[in-house]
Design a protein around this ligand. Sequence first.
Ligand code: EPZ
Length: 419
Amino acid sequence: MQGFIIEGGTPLKGEIRTSGSKNAALPIIAGCLLVNGEVRINDCPCLSDVYSSVRILSCLGCKSCMSGGVLTVSCKDISNDHIPDKLMRLMRSSALYLGACIGRLGSCTLSYPGGCELGARPIDLHLSALEKMGVCINEKHGVIECSCPNGLHGAHISLSFPSVGATENIMLAASLARGETVIYNSAREPEIADLARFLRACGADIAGEGTSVVRINGVKELHGCEYTVMPDRIVTATYLCAAALAGGELMITNARACELRPVIDVLCEAGCDVYGYDDRIYISRKRPLKAVGTVRTMPYPGFPTDAQPLITAVLSRAAGVSVVAENIFENRFRANPELVRMGAQIKTEGRIAVIEGTQSLYGARVMAADLRAGAALTAAAISAQGITELGNIEYIDRGYERLEKALSSVGARIMRTQI
Ligand code: EPZ
């Protein structure tokens, strides 16, 4: 299998640029389905999930071309409203084609999405919201058939949980629906705001993104535009945690400190020096790491669950006892058993991990079980003594553009090979 061979022990030093955000680009690409024209997406990350999105668009009759970080999409001639199961299973974001397809065509047939196995990850909030907007949903044997016999109309929707995906799906469907849609208890993640800015650039009437109440007035048609995707705040968090673990100093460009305050606060408490500027973040770690008490993952603007595996890896080297509470997903400590193989002292019980920091981690043969667990193990291996073989790196390729190249450019000894 493809893997990383990592020789740990070298501090990081240099400058690294964060790529465009996966979790902003994926809903924006789905949003292209709503547009009767050509869309040019700049700083689109070259990721396997992006290529999976392009395959779904193509299956629906859209044309697209990816070149040099620019994705051009034309959905003028949509010829199909059915997404096959094998494409739906490629990623979680395939669920977003529900709202986009219904918004544009008034019908859609698809199955349940795939994605990292972090727990059940149902789409009940997505489906119940769309039903309120006039969608008739017929589910059988895992296939979801949707139609709007009386047309798609706006609705007032209260989300029982500020679900990122459900908020995005509603925004996509509402953009071309008849009348006003109001989302109460909307997710407030920066990626939601990026989707809203993109849709507005195409002529949508949206307000309130980034707050808990988002209002969308449906319009007749959306036109093409050119849009630049926001920086990937979780990739930035990955680089910050890699520097915290390996020691040394990094300047991370195309990075927004304001979107990562909880992560930066924890790293400073653990003994790093972190300074945020307009579009860059500087980090140095010259002193031994120290425990931080309890880290709780929460919806934005709380501590992001996607950075939880990364901070767990950092705290495994922080002198003292730290506790991590995972409040978003029921199965998101999948890096922990592998970190224990590297010498970490972690007790995991349900949604709680108790971490007793150790002086060193040691190279071992470990496996990525999901995207962010793989990134956490990569960061841990860079700081470990000896050689680590990390397998299943296709998970990492879903969310990072050649992670090994980025980290090698600032001194890490890491290479991609067969293991
Ligand atoms: C998005 O997933 C992100 N993925 C995730 O990033 C991220 O961890 C998550 O938001 C939370 O921030 C993308 O944007 C592609 P949710 P999503 O709907 O939309 C439950 C990564 O590593 N829920 O906010 O699936 C759900 O089970 C990925 O880049 C329902 O119960 O997240 C979970 O426990 C991993 N019913 C919680 O809500 C629903 O209908 C949060 O899910 C929807 C969600």
